[in-house]
Design a protein around this ligand. Structure first.
Ligand code: NAP
Length: 314
């Protein structure tokens, strides 16, 4: 029989690590299960400049998350690297199963985050890692002095486009409308950057190349005009980065926990899901602002709710 934890936290991004810190500090027996590297989406974020009180100038996602991990561990949260494939959440003891183990807890905080949404053009899968990427921090250096295209018009697309200008000689943002969704302060920096150009009202249709990405068709959604973008002959290829929002990592809970049609989990303001003892925190839940600071706040709230539910004091 495996140990029954007070709380198991799924995911070690800002929400999960903040929950781990608060749960550990409340002396709850706590296990954090993470399948990959800590940090979730901020592990691949080059610069964070809006986390209140951050102490490092030019803070990167990995540097911030490293300190969050240390802080959660300092207060006793246990850690395991595993992927949960099946869950039984209805009983008083929740059971989480991976291929190699079974974990048990009185409470579960789901902080599994979200991942990049695919661009949705033909040939996208074929050219993944051969020109197509969803992570500028991971892949920008492959495009040193090349031309790069970025799909999207939100904060991520515009910020990552600016980061890519440190490597690529030209970055073209392809956006399906004629105005950006990104915050005005971010837009201003992009419009002032001489290396950034725009294809407005445009979507990528299809990718082509001989093993690597060498050309693509881009459609103007207003006029219907299709233009073919070719790699500079001296380069022989170009990069295409997709930043068009996220998809929640909630598949394992489908049909078990209430969620919206896109798979984001429904919670109340205190992070309770429809199942007693099961909470959701961070980007995986329905919310209006997905930021590090709101994810960390969600995690803290969820952990405090667990503590209160287990304490006679409240
Ligand atoms: P987002 O805000 O949802 O923006 C997605 C962008 O992709 C939008 O411009 C959208 O176009 C476009 N798009 C969506 N589906 C598309 C499709 N199928 N084809 C082409 N374009 C498509 O996503 P995000 O930029 O990843 O940001 C996610 C969250 O993180 C947001 O809350 C954002 O504020 C936050 N974030 C904040 C920061 C920061 O504060 N520094 C940095 C990064 C992210 P439309 O505009 O036409 O809808």
């Amino acid at each position: 029989m495996s140990k029954i934890y007070d709380v198991i936290i799924l995911g070690a991004g800002p929400a999960g690590l903040a929950a781990g810190l608060y749960a550990g500090r409340s002396r709850l027996s706590t296990l954090i299960i993470e399948k990959g590297q800590d940090g979730g989406q901020i592990a691949i974020t080059d610069e964070i400049e809006n986390y209140p009180g951050q102490i490092v100038d030019g803070e990167s996602g990995p540097s911030l998350i490293e300190r969050m991990t240390q802080q959660a561990e300092k207060f006793g949260a246990e850690r395991v690297s595993d992927t949960i494939k099946e869950v039984e959440l209805e009983g008083e003891v929740k059971i989480l199963k991976s291929e190699k183990a079974e974990y048990q807890a009185k409470n579960v905080i789901i902080a599994t985050g979200a991942h990049a949404r695919p661009i949705g053009c033909k040939g996208e899968r074929e050219f993944m890692g051969k020109g197509v990427s969803y992570c500028a921090t991971c892949d920008a250096n492959f495009f040193e002095d090349f031309e790069v295209y970025v799909v999207g018009g939100g904060d991520s697309a515009v910020e990552e486009a600016m980061y890519l200008t440190k490597f690529a000689r030209k970055v073209t943002i392809i956006h399906r409308r004629n105005e950006l969704r990104a915050a005005k302060s971010i837009q201003e920096k992009a419009f002032a950057n001489p290396k950034i150009e725009f294809f407005w009202d445009s979507v990528v249709e299809e990718l082509f190349g001989d093993d690597i990405l060498q050309s693509m068709t881009v459609k103007n959604v207003k006029t219907g005009e299709i233009r073919t973008v070719e790699a500079d002959p001296d380069d022989g290829m170009f990069g295409l980065f997709g930043f068009i929002g996220t998809v929640p990592n909630s598949d394992v809970f489908k049909g078990i926990i209430d969620m919206d049609e896109r798979g984001y989990i429904k919670t109340d303001a205190d992070m309770h899901t429809n199942i007693p003892g099961v909470y959701a925190a961070g980007d995986v839940r329905i919310k209006s602002l997905r930021q590090v600071v709101t994810a960390a706040a969600d995690g803290a709230i969820a952990a405090v709710q667990v503590e209160r539910s287990m304490s006679d004091y409240f």
